[in-house]
Design a protein around this ligand. Sequence first.
Ligand code: CDP
Ligand code: MG
Length: 833
Amino acid sequence: PFGLLGEVDAHFRAYLSQKCINGKCLSENSLSRSSSSGSIATDEGLYKQQEPLVQNSVMLRILQRRSLQLREKQQDWQESPEGQKMLEFRRSLPAYKEREALLKAVSQNQVVVVSGETGCGKTTQLPQYILESEIEAARGAACSIICTQPRRISAMSVSERVAAERGEKLGESVCTARGMKGRDTRLLFCTTGILLRRLLVDRSLKGVTHVIVDEIHERGMNEDFLLIVLKDLLPRRPDLRLILMSATLNAELFSSYFGGAPMLHIPGFTYPVREHFLEHILEMTGYRLTSYNQIDDYGQEQKWKMQKQAQTLRKRKSHIVSAVEDALEAADFREYSYQTRESLSCWNPDAIGFNLIEHVLCHIVKKERPGAVLVFMTGWDDINSLKDQLQAHPLLGDPSKVLLLACHGSMSSSEQRLIFDRPEDGVRKIVLATNMAETSITINDVVFVVDCGKAKETSYDALNNTPCLLPSWISKASSRQRRGRAGRVQSGECYHLYPRCVYDAFADYQLPELLRTPLQSLCLQIKSLQLGSISEFLSSALQPPEPLSVKNAVEYLQIIGALDENENLTVLGRNLSMLPVEPKLGKMLILGSIFNCLDPVMTVVAGLSVRDPFLMPFDKKDLAESAKAQFSARDYSDHLALARAYDGWKDAERHQAGYEYCWKNFLSAQTLKAIDSLRRQFFFLLKDTGLVNSSEENCNKWSHDEHLVRAVICAGLFPGICSVVNKEKSISLKTMEDGPVLLYSNSVNARVPKIPYPWLVFNEKVKVNSVFLRDSTGVSDSVLLLFGGNISRGGLDGHLKLLGGYVEFFMKPAMANMYLSLKQEMDELIQQK
Ligand code: CDP
Ligand code: MG
């Protein structure tokens, strides 16, 4: 949410610059904000400094004076006792030894690639070295350094840390991104996305002296994209310096991408870490895996799914399964006890159960020396369910002796601070984390790492045009990285919850995100940055995506009306590129404003972009599901249920009963709060970009009209549609691309005997073995005809042609008739016109 405020801001600027182009120029000064004296920000707060710096001699003198002040301030801090202590710590980091070499490389080359072990001081120190040396040379006021982070949370924590190291505060308080822009802000930590949006309005990064792109080894989509844009920009900005930072050692790839840029390696130091693979863990702890051991704890429905999965698994014989089988075949009896062998043969590689994790945690808590434990899990849901489970059954002994924490992209900042703090003596800190703790966050006191071997990664099946979000096996590089987290302060232990042979079957590196995600938002961005032909632009990436993925994305944008036939941005497309949400959700927001039913639509969009607020605790699944069903009286819509649950919560909050309401209805108060704040930002943004220009009351004139809201949801989610055929005992669902599909059990539509709508629109489908729809809303033929697809492109006629394809495919005579008569009417209308 903090970063989003910044994003709102970027759009505000984009809007203003649009106005400038339109002739109604607004003064840049109207953008200036309250100034504080910090020199670091987590937001794009450097606008004021990005004006042409040396316009006249008065300006020059002001700059010189400011630079001298900055130098004085820095010296004062470094000479103070706290400053001395901080310097001492900073000098103990491996990066310090390379300080001069780095500064020299940066001054002599336009691009430098820096690599080094996690924790050696790349992120916190390198940007500071540059800043300090500029300040020491009395050029402080003229420099402007931007350091990008792949995640908002690391941008926050790093900037906070760097401010502390410089004896400064981060704006007024850490949590508000807007207050952080100071007159003297010289070093900005922001997400890669924010820098990309800034490029929208400021294509040559005027006034910026250094860009540092961090964590490039992750090969996130935004980072890969940014590198293409920067590569293009560098020749036009010869004074701009680019520094790429990476944890692991594939620096050569980046160096050669930038024409053989010099590489600098920071040798690191970590203590040795002993590795245990599953076979050893079973032997050491006497744990026995039984066939469905891991399956039980995923609940009944999951069990059924797993059973099916186990069957197909054997048929499919994935490379991991054959690796396990081969290893078992070859295993020496003397090496594995019979029990371990037996147990391992029951190991289901697709499900690493909570029981096993719990068991290993018990072992560490009861038998091992003191030290924090870091558990790598797949995602937010898993982390929360395990946390609940561990809290409900205190297997780990005295709960006051265990500090259980979650670490993921959407944790609160107070929670975040607890993760870094050392607990009291005798208390065992256990952090359940996503792969975010692999490189971007360093928890110093970790001695034990439990690695489940998987990470939830989006993959994208271009052939079926289906994004999949599945826990998949990590790479060897990730596994090593996870292990390394245990050796920060002393020698450590790493428990891999998979056999050694599975590790051997891992890929060396993870596939870059650009090659495994749908490219819609990216293509929209390329167009709004006016970077030319999409496919041509993407072909100059570090590793270009498949042409089919690019084609799919362009087609999708054309279907929803964001691009025209010639790949030009439409008015809708331009508006969508200004909204910090997926194109389809942006379209919903825009239509919600046009049709004056903004309230429920904003809730739905916020819910879909944050996460589902409905909780499904594994031991109270039934209760939770029926609680959710209550919100969807006769709606047959998960989206409307969400909007209702949110409204109910707002009401309860007004009577100070928010928490009881959440408890009773199995809702996450934290998620609802996040939705609430996002909603406010949407409104602010829509108002600022001029999409909403009436009062809040007016924008909600039709919010109570459930049919209209349903239609707007349909317009946003199209072409995510599936046909519904009610059978005697079941409901058959089909999509055009996948054939039969199923609903997730927590969808309100999964609990009804019949769905009285011929269609469901959905936001997300996930391929596990079958294709599952996560959330859905029932819509009628006429709504689909009128709201599905792109009305602006080629008029209603083109739209009907497109829909006609769907109608024919599903062979719905009633709808075909309606389609034909609508088409006839339209033809007549067009004739008359
Ligand atoms: O980027 P890299 O992984 O190379 O290291 P870093 O994030 O710059 O962290 C360097 C050191 O700063 C870590 O080893 C921690 O000891 C310390 N640090 C800290 O104490 N608190 C933070 N929030 C971040 C870093
Ligand atoms: Mg780092």
